[in-house]
Design a protein around this ligand. Sequence first.
Ligand SMILES: [Zn+2]
Length: 169
Amino acid sequence: MSDDGLYARLMARCEECGDCILWRGSYTANGHPQVRVLGKVQLVRRVVYQLKRGPIQPGRVIVLKCGERGCVKYEHMAQYTIKQVAQKAAKAGAFSRPDRCAKIARGCQRSVNAKLTQEQAAEIRGSAETQRALAAKYGVNKSMIARIKNGTAWRQMAVGASVFTLGTL
Ligand SMILES: [Zn+2]
């Protein structure tokens, strides 16, 4: 795509805002900056990207790293495959649904503590009995008692709990 002053014309319709350049022209129904170029309505970010960074590979999408919806600054853009977008979104928790998170939380808890309840774990932590005595009392091995006492098991449970919280927000 050749420039012909197009980039300057696009930038004339923007406003600097902090580190971003925000589009002051029209937007698509989905909230993406749009502009008519050569008689055709196009997405501003894709136009800017092609002018300043180069061609967009088939199937790739332009992602904004700053997260500012109206931003059209090419330095803030990256070219991702759909798969990469899905992976990033999953990492950020966007695809986390309460049912899925509950499953993860249950999974965490199960792997940490197959035989004990959280209440029993709390009792173990507060107990002054020896690890050997506690292992016999609760029917688990000594290493599990040690993990509960030193907090390893509890930390993993906390991770499960926070995943659940995230999904229910
Ligand atoms: Zn930006």
